[in-house]
Design a protein around this ligand. Structure first.
Ligand code: G6P
Length: 614
């Protein structure tokens, strides 16, 4: 995993590289490093911990170089130590390299190189690749394209995923990048060009971005660049304007990005919804699906593939789409879908949902679906992301950059888009115009209802304070609120490190009830439908065993005193928007719970915003 950036230009590399690393920190923040080409040597700085530690260290020793590469790491092979921090330098000092991905056959390659007398300073697979390039370079003494061939040959010997940037001491004006499986993009500016894991790394510095395809190599020389395949054929470079998004990622008056993103949800949802309803006010109109109407009308199965929070949004989508459009829906962990022998059905649609559009498991699931000839659609927040480029069509979430590692506004907009998709598909089938109109109105009212719930943030803070000593918590809901229970539990464990689990409320008596005691609070999300009575009965079962109960229930649903210790009220709303509303207090609960423990909610330990390894 990890984020990489390289700079080649007329100015000084240092500031662009450190700034780029800060923007890539969502990809990992275990350690960070930078290497500058200084003419006759590489100058390196590497620090464990956040990019800020590296920034402090390079500040003391400013580099005048205009060629450098940098990396922020999410540890895969080897502990979080300075020797395992990128960039890695080859045994002969000729090459430095940064790498995002996993070289699966690094053990065999390391054995081969060790046999040639090469010694290693780290436990990483990346150092092996760097040395493999150096070894091939030494073997190609008189070749014309010695540097490029050395990189090509080494990459052909690797199995696994990589996005790399490489510098060679003998070439003071060249930087090479290559990708397979991990994203890589070339940034083109007036005075400098870049290689990075994503375009956000050079916002404000590059005007255009060229996204590399798998199996391509970028050769940046002075102010020129070209793209070739790994086999050496010239490849087409398509330049896209770089979105100038930097002002949107300021934290403002908020304590953390997570808090900011929670409170941004009314605006975020307005943007998700804007201009996406049919003129007659009874259906949704999603531009990215145009051209696929016939296939959508004739679908007989939808398979969602996603990871983490995005998968929970899909699970809500499963309930909503089945209800509105009566199409069978399955939700798969993207990582599982890829390796399953699921029977191919001609009229299946695969929908991949990913905030970043770069989660490797999700991308691989899409690639597998395409291999099987299935239609693929993407729901993603990041314009130009790999998911957006690799699917047959899709819809953008339009919620602006999400920086907090724990996903919040992205979840709400993904659920919202699933509801819109269910509405559009429903109207192509049995859903009546009246029902369609009711859903359109409910979705249009959603941003205001979200604001109303968020205004009760202080009540949630007090509840989080009351329960903040708990180390085990259960979250329960039924139907479309079951995935919300899963998401509430995930959010809490991600940022507070307390143990939390989500269950369908009726499953309580099939196991989790054994965990109930006065130290294990249960959070029940009550539906506001005919099912409420059953959920309230489950709450009473917990109370009968001295378990504390917090109920999240719509106004008007009576919660007997003996069934709950605390009740948080939600506004009465249409069933399609209830999951989004019910999730808001759970986001705030996790946020306050973690803050009360003094934790950094934006960068929880061991996690990363975008997971680009399998
Ligand atoms: C990581 C993040 C989660 C996120 C998941 C999927 O695990 O920590 O917050 O839900 O990736 O990310 P995606 O970008 O594909 O939605």
């Amino acid at each position: 995993m990890c984020g990489i950036i390289g700079y080649i230009g007329k100015g000084l590399a240092q500031e662009s590289l450190i700034d780029g690393l800060r923007r890539l920190e969502y990809r990992g923040y275990d350690s960070a490093g930078v290497a500058f080409h200084e003419g006759n040597e590489f100058c390196m700085s590497r620090e464990t911990g956040r990019v800020q530690n590296l920034a402090d260290s390079v500040q003391k020793n400013s580099s005048q170089s205009s060629l450098g590469i940098a990396h922020t790491r999410w540890a895969t092979h080897g502990a979080v130590t300075v020797p395992n921090t990128h960039p890695h330098v080859s045994h002969d000092g000729k090459f430095v390299m940064v790498h995002n991905g996993v070289i699966e056959n690094f053990g065999a390659l390391k054995h081969f190189l060790s046999g040639k007398g090469i010694e290693f300073n780290s436990e990483t697979d990346s150092e092996v690749l760097c040395n493999l390039i150096a070894y091939n370079y030494s073997e190609l003494l008189n070749e014309k394209d010695r540097l490029i061939d050395a990189v090509r040959i080494a990459l052909a010997q690797c199995r696994g995923a990589y996005g790399i940037a490489v510098l060679c001491l003998d070439y003071s004006e060249t930087m090479i990048g290559a990708r397979r499986g991990s994203p890589l993009v070339v940034g083109l500016g007036d005075d400098a060009n870049f290689i990075a894991s994503d375009a956000s790394a050079f916002v404000g510095r590059a005007k255009e971005a060229v996204f590399l395809n798998d199996g391509e190599l970028a050769i940046l020389k002075g102010t020129d660049f070209r793209i070739t395949t790994l086999e050496g054929q010239e490849a087409k470079a398509v330049a896209h304007p770089v979105d100038q998004i930097s002002e949107e990622v300021e934290i403002g008056d908020f304590d953390s990005f997570m808090e900011k993103e929670i409170y941004e949800q009314p605006t975020a949802l307005k943007n998700t919804l804007r201009g996406r309803f049919g003129d007659d006010g009874t259906t949704a109109k999603l531009g990215g699906l145009e051209g696929h109407e016939e296939e959508l009308r004739n679908l007989d199965r939808i398979i969602f593939v996603a990871c983490g929070t995005a998968r929970h949004a899909c699970m809500v989508g499963e309930y909503l789409i089945e209800r509105l459009a009566r199409v069978p829906v399955e939700v798969e962990h993207a990582s599982e879908f890829r390796y399953r022998n699921s029977p191919k059905a001609e009229k299946s649609l695969v929908i991949a949902v990913s905030q970043s559009g770069e989660t490797l498991d999700t991308l691989e699931a899409v690639r597998e679906a395409k291999t099987k000839g299935l239609l693929t659609l993407g729901i993603t927040n990041v314009v130009g992301s790999s998911l957006a480029r690799e699917t047959d069509g899709g819809v953008y979430q339009r919620v602006g950059p999400e920086i907090g590692v724990a996903s919040t506004k992205a979840f709400s907009s993904q659920v919202c888009l699933c509801a819109m998709l269910g509405l559009a598909l429903g109207r192509m089938r049995d859903l009546s115009p009246m029902d369609g109109q009711g859903i359109v109105e409910a979705l249009n009212d959603l941003p205001d209802l979200v604001s109303r719930v968020l205004q009760q943030g202080e009540q949630i803070r007090e509840l989080a304070l009351k329960y903040s000593k708990a180390e085990h918590l259960l979250f329960m809901g039924r139907q479309s609120l079951y995935p919300v229970a899963l998401e509430g539990a995930l959010k809490l464990k991600e940022i507070s490190y307390a143990h939390a689990e989500g269950y369908p409320a009726a499953e309580l008596k099939h196991g989790p009830i054994a965990l109930i005691n006065p130290e294990c609070p249960s959070i029940f999300i009550v539906e506001g439908s005919e099912l409420s009575a059953k959920t309230i009965a489950n709450m009473q079962e917990v109370k009968a065993r001295q378990g504390p109960v917090l109920a999240i229930a719509p106004e008007g649903v009576e919660i007997p005193k003996e069934a709950a210790d605390d009740v948080f009220r939600l506004p009465v709303a249409h069933e399609v928007v209830r999951p989004i509303l019910a999730n808001l207090p759970l986001q705030l609960f996790a946020y306050h719970f973690a803050r009360l423990r003094g934790l950094d909610v934006d960068k929880p330990r061991n996690l990363a915003k975008s997971v680009t390894v399998e």
